[in-house]
Design a protein around this ligand. Structure first.
Ligand code: HEM
Length: 410
């Protein structure tokens, strides 16, 4: 007896029945084709994500080639602590919300303007994919007119990250995007070294580790990390949050009346449909987990999608229930919550608050700006992805509205 084949077409189409099989019968098994040990129960996934001897060395092959250098996600110990402070300060600093919230609101309103008069849109392509690229580009302080180019690199670099099928075209496109981005960033880095501004690129350009400025390759790698770390995550979260709301009128009405519920809907949508289904770790030593033995040198795949439906952790795990007690917005955007798609422990996502603000803004503005918003009649909603997962399209219709009246912060 072997556990489910995570590379089969049936698994890619609908992994959820296989997650039940993993949780009940194969909580830890070796998947022969990938050579990964798959772990699925919530308690064990949580442990593997954050405790030694499991490390993040896997990102050396998963991310480093396309980032062009070592990145924060693959570091450990004091090196990781240095870089976490360096990136964390501008991403979570005291005055951070003051500028990022209005900026995200403005960008969101601008994207909605593009399709508002039409009466229909593909919420995935026209909105959810565009927002996260623009947010990263704004955080870095890249010129607004370069955003379309940046969006193209964003897509290619993320596809490279999830390219388990080793499609040579995807690899080539990812590496080409990195090469183009390297050339593009070179003069901007020189500029920010000479004339620092209030953006993340300037923070990288003028940061010192042990008294030495980061060299250009390190800065380039940090910029790529922001793309890869944000990945398709925010796009999928926006798409799934909107899908769950639009297909469930009772929850939509609740959220329209009380916007403070949006965080709960976001978290429950991401529990049931996590944007990240699998996170990898390297076992630096032999380990005995409750479900079995993991030999030193193995790659362990933490099955986040399965852990989010573990009945030992979540009552009625297949039911969409934003009010469930196991979810708590005060904890689930921090490393202490029960939701695992932002990771866990010392590598917990540094952008979880940005994702929270982005999804909150998206839901608020889409509901306000598009009267009669609903999923297009007859639309079939298809999902794709094994490592990360998203709807391929989310066709919507609404009453066309004239441009120019989307509420943003004063
Ligand atoms: C819903 C959206 C997002 C998801 C699902 C997500 C997911 C994750 C996950 C799972 C990790 C940990 C990886 C691991 O431990 O192997 C991570 C780390 C990270 N994320 Fe996010 N992320 C999101 C948005 C963002 C955004 C918007 C940013 C910044 C603009 C960001 C920046 C980072 C950084 C810098 C790290 C590395 C932290 C470290 O290694 O210490 N993320 N993210």
């Amino acid at each position: 007896m072997t556990g489910p084949d995570i590379l089969s077409a049936q698994y890619a189409a609908d992994p959820y029945p296989y997650y039940q099989e993993m949780l009940s019968s194969f909580p830890l098994y070796l998947h022969p084709a990938t050579g990964f040990y798959l772990v699925s129960r919530h308690a064990e996934v949580t442990r593997v994500l954050q405790e030694p001897p499991f490390t993040n060395e896997v990102y050396a092959w998963q991310l480093e080639p396309v980032a062009g250098g070592r990145t924060i996600v693959q570091m450990d110990g004091p090196e990781h602590a240095h870089y976490r402070r360096l990136m964390g300060a501008p991403l979570r600093g005291a005055n951070f919300r003051e500028w990022i919230v209005p900026e995200i609101e403005r960008m969101s309103a601008g994207i909605i303007e593009e399709f508002r008069e039409r009466g229909w849109a593909d919420l995935r392509a026209d909105y959810a994919d565009v927002m996260p690229c623009d947010v990263v580009s704004a955080l870095l302080g890249l010129p607004a007119e370069d955003r379309p180019t940046f969006r193209r690199w964003f897509v290619s670099i993320n596809a490279f990250m999830s390219n388990f099928e080793n499609d040579p075209a995807v690899t080539a496109a990812g590496l080409a995007a990195r090469a183009e981005m390297t050339e593009y960033l070179r003069p901007l880095i020189a500029d920010r070294r000479a004339r620092p501004r209030d953006d993340l690129l300037s923070a990288f350009c003028n940061a010192e580790i042990d008294g030495v400025l980061l060299h250009e390759g390190q800065i380039q790698a940090h910029c790529s990390t922001l793309i890869a770390a944000n990945g398709d995550g925010t796009s999928a979260t926006i798409a799934y949050t909107m899908k769950e709301l639009l297909l469930r009128p009772e929850h939509l009405q609740d959220a329209l009346r009380d916007r403070s519920l949006i965080d709960r809907v976001h978290l429950e949508a991401a529990r049931l449909n996590p944007p990240v289904h699998m996170l990898l770790r390297f076992a630096a030593k032999d380990v005995d987990l409750p479900s079995g033995h993991v030999p030193a040198g193995s790659t362990v795949a933490c099955m986040v999608g399965a852990a989010h439906r573990d009945p030992e952790r979540f009552g009625q795990p297949d039911v969409f229930s934003p009010h469930r007690a196991e979810i708590d917005p005060a904890r689930d955007f921090t490393p202490g919550g029960s939701i695992l798609h932002f990771g866990r422990g010392r590598h917990f996502c540094l952008g979880a608050h940005i994702a929270r603000i982005t999804v909150h803004t998206a839901v608020n503005q889409l509901l306000d700006a598009l009267p009669g918003l609903c999923v297009a009649e007859g639309a079939s909603l298809i999902e794709k992805g094994t490592f990360t997962r998203n709807l391929t399209h989310l066709p919507i219709t609404f009453t066309p509205a004239p441009r120019g009246a989307i509420a943003t912060a004063p």
